[in-house]
Design a protein around this ligand. Structure first.
Ligand code: NAD
Ligand code: MG
Length: 377
């Protein structure tokens, strides 16, 4: 009896890596549903290769989707809640992934969550949907997978502190004035990870790490004071976990998402995998750790402040960032304007409680409106 897997965002970086993993694990898993956003050609190729029972495309564009493909935004929820699906890999980027996460958890599925924006935007709702619906959230994000691998089998009260690592992105050693003027091409040149465009920009601003601090808080139930970040340019140590007795465990490996994806599918078990490059400490060489330089990562402190403020402030932080990154990638604002836009949104935004979907969606919409205003004025 193989386990049915739905991949939301199968045409993206996480989606394609998930299919690479599944190609080596066909005796354990079968692909039952795939969804894409607008890359019909790639989705068609994936569908022809994997023959899933369900294929959906959010924005089929002018082409006839054909081959029994469903179109429209509802395909995410349809794919995520099918009876033949046991695990939903959510590899969608941004807030668009939220409804499918909530629906899958409410339907009792395991959600292998790469789509961290979902937890930042609506952490309280997502955690509640899992509890009430019997679903389970398992992180795909490498740092959170590392934490999960270190704490599995331990009681929550034994964990004292997490230290997530950050590569620092391409501007780690740059002067602040130069960072503010960085081009799209420069921001997309990530030193250690090959990923989608939005998360690559988030790694350059360090917004990604602020999102990950909030993600860790909701996944592991730790206070924000107990989630720290250190810059580690080699991206070999993915996270440290300190236990109450002072002992520290870390999970290490070459930077590659296939291992965290596989672990999210098999947790708490481990299965043999021929595809991962064997770890070699000599090939890795020296590992270094540095504090965060606040002068080049202004958005990181904004994200931490939003986290501490709670309610819908993290929702607004995420929405403002999504809008600002989109404008930056479209060549409409400078790199330095991303943090500035987030800052201005958080200055004027009035937070509310974040315990209903209506409140979260209203906050998301309002922050997007404020961000468009702030970015372009
Ligand atoms: P990506 O841009 O390569 O792919 C995202 C996919 O999401 C697209 O291919 C598309 O199929 C889908 N999509 C985009 N907009 C959509 C919309 N409005 N509605 C429905 N589907 C939509 O991005 P990625 O790098 O694969 O990242 C996906 C998620 O995983 C992000 O939340 C990111 O932060 C997280 N993540 C990625 C990596 C990585 O290595 N790529 C690592 C950790 C976490
Ligand atoms: Mg990460």
């Amino acid at each position: 009896m193989s386990v049915g897997v739905a991949i939301l965002g199968s045409t993206g970086s996480i989606g394609c890596s998930t299919l690479q993993v599944l190609a080596r694990q066909q005796d354990r898993f079968r692909v039952t549903a795939l969804t894409g956003h607008s890359n019909v050609a790639l989705l068609e190729r994936q569908a022809a290769e994997w023959r899933p029972a369900y294929v959906g495309i959010v924005n089929g564009g002018m082409r006839d989707a054909g081959c029994g493909m469903r179109t429209g935004i509802d395909c995410l929820i349809e794919a995520a809640t099918r009876p033949d699906v046991n695990i939903v890999v959510n590899g969608v980027v941004g807030a668009a992934g939220l409804p499918a996460t909530l629906a899958a958890l409410s339907a009792g599925k395991r959600v292998a969550l790469a789509n961290k924006e979902t937890l930042v935007m609506a952490g309280e709702l997502v955690v509640r949907a899992a509890r009430d619906g019997g679903g389970e959230i398992v992180p795909v994000d490498s740092e959170h997978s590392a934490v999960l691998q270190c704490i599995t089998g331990r009681r929550p009260t034994e964990v004292a502190r997490l230290i997530l690592t950050a590569s620092g992105g391409p501007f780690r050693t740059w002067a602040p004035e130069r960072v503010a003027q960085a081009t799209v091409e420069e921001a997309l040149r990530h030193p250690t990870w090959k990923m989608g465009r939005k998360i690559t920009v988030d790694s350059a601003t360090l917004v990604n790490k602020a999102l990950e601090v909030i993600e860790a808080h909701f996944l592991f139930g730790l206070a924000y004071e107990s989630v720290e970040v250190v810059v580690h340019p080699q991206s070999v140590v993915h996270a440290f976990v300190e236990f109450v007795d002072g002992s520290v465990l870390a999970q290490v490996g070459f930077p590659n998402m296939e291992l965290p994806i596989l672990y999210a599918l098999t947790h708490p078990e481990r299965v043999p995998d021929s595809g991962t490059r064997r770890f070699d400490p000599v090939a890795v060489g020296a590992l270094t750790f540095e504090p965060i330089r606040p002068e080049i990562y202004a958005a990181y402190a904004l994200g931490r402040a939003a986290a501490a403020a709670g309610g819908t402030t993290p929702t607004a932080f995420n929405a403002a960032n999504e809008v600002a990154v989109e404008l930056f990638l479209a060549g409409k604002i400078r790199f330095g304007r991303i943090a500035r836009t987030i800052e201005r949104v958080l200055q004027s935004y009035r937070p509310t409680g974040a315990s209903t979907l209506e409140a979260v969606l209203a906050a998301d919409g309002e922050a997007r409106r404020l961000a468009r205003e702030a970015a372009c004025s």
